[in-house]
Design a binder for this molecule. Sequence first.
Ligand code: 5AD
Ligand code: FES
Length: 333
Amino acid sequence: MLTKNEIINLLNTTDEKVLFKKADDVRHQFVGDEVHLRGLIEFSNICRNNCLYCGIRKGNGKVIRYRLSEDEIINMARFAASMGFKTVVLQSGEDLQYNIKKMCYIIENIKKFNVAVTLSIGERSFEEYKAFRQAGADRYLMRIETTDKDLYHKLDPDMSWERRHECLMMIKELGYELGSGIMVGLPGQTIESIADDLLYLKKIGIDMAGIGPFIPHPDTPLKDEKGGTLSLALRTMAVMRLLMKDINIPATTAMESLHPQGRIMALQAGANVVMPNVTEGEYRKFYELYPNKICVNEQPRQCRTCIAMKIESIGRKVGTGYGGHNNKQPIKL
Ligand code: 5AD
Ligand code: FES
């Protein structure tokens, strides 16, 4: 167990190579050399929220909005499963059009492909989370974004930090594997606050930690802010690995958007998961949370081949199982 001061010192390290090596060793020892792939489907970019940092915020009138039908989503998941993905992640803006009936139909049908299903659709009611879980959803991703409540309320107007925390607690209580995480480099965010974030994630007992740099989007109020660096994002991720040795940690797409080797660097600094995009057709470029998003002109097969090559090039292997935390198998309630 690291103290807050120790965490701060590690985050501030001037010798990041040592930190990354240590995180890489812990990763090797506790979760092994397999890299688990999750096929990401970005199924709707319609969002009721107006987060200042996010490219698909409600207030961004320049976005071409789309919403995939239930059967389009199921078909994309079928294709992902046929390419060997053992987990499908369904992500969208907070789009309430996908009600209990629609989401359960989607989840139940995707579960027929023998994949783990992860949802990343934001804040919902207990009743909804429960219904999705009963329909077969295994995991849920929702970043807390920051534990600095003042900063959170500045960045996410009309949203409540406490409400988000409660959602995470409900998700855990329902037996989902819980993924959460933060952005680093938010305007006004301090190293001390990042240390608090990491301690929070440990305290609530997450199964997966997604950590990425904040990248200012030109069509948002934060367009002139500096954004996070790859270095700080990697250091934060590496410290997370030291704090929670056996959880799943993705090499995030935002990291690769800042550097062509971003994900490879992450995989060698504590990460053991990659979430390649399996959204088909034109939609990827409309799901632009931040600029310079990678793979917008690729199709699922290309990303699958590309990432497998990258993983093998550093002597690691693509995972063959579901890749749950502690090898937990997907279970139906
Ligand atoms: N830069 C980096 N990450 C972002 N996200 C949203 N907007 C941005 C941005 N401008 C992240 C948030 C969200 C996740 C899906 O994407 O952390 O939870
Ligand atoms: Fe999409 Fe490399 S992961 S092209």
